[in-house]
Design a binder for this molecule. Sequence first.
Ligand code: MN
Length: 208
Amino acid sequence: MEFVLPPLPYSSNALEPYIDTLTMEIHHQRHHGTYLANLKAALEKYPDWASKSFEFILANIQQLPEDIRTAVRNNGGGHWNHSFFWPLLTPKSSQKPIGKLAEAIDKTFGSFESFQEQFTQAALGRFGSGWAWLVWREGQLVIGSTPNQDNPLMDISEFKGKPVLGLDVWEHAYYLKYQNRRADYIKAWWNVVNWEQAEANFLAAQGA
Ligand code: MN
């Protein structure tokens, strides 16, 4: 994941009717694009930091020079989170987990339905802007959430782990179509989850 805006791996209207075309265009080009531009502007001041890997930077937010620390936290998180999010969406969803992740979800949460319920509650329960996550941590799948653009890879995050699945619950992700109805957006999102990508993330998180 370099400091470039990754193209969407599908057309901007591909997720209709669950996620509308205009939301996808604005979200990808303007919101994500702005996070990326702001991140690059902050890192430009410190070439030594700019040359580090992105994940190293996120894991060392507290070591960053103070004048760019908040900008990198917010915009670096924004760039990483959205780059992680786009491939986790697909118009050709299997509708439920596959492979090793499917087995681990059943083992950890009892059933996919029980997992869906708990993940949905995490996404609904995040007050204001933020993300819901499924992470791999110390040999276990764990559900949680973060505020703003914090993510589980950050040293300063209140919720840590290796991300397997992430859901953007900022209003910019759903307001045009769903207005204040975050629950409807989450319900629709389950229809476009890319479980093959989630399985790949899960295997990568385990170092497989
Ligand atoms: Mn977003």
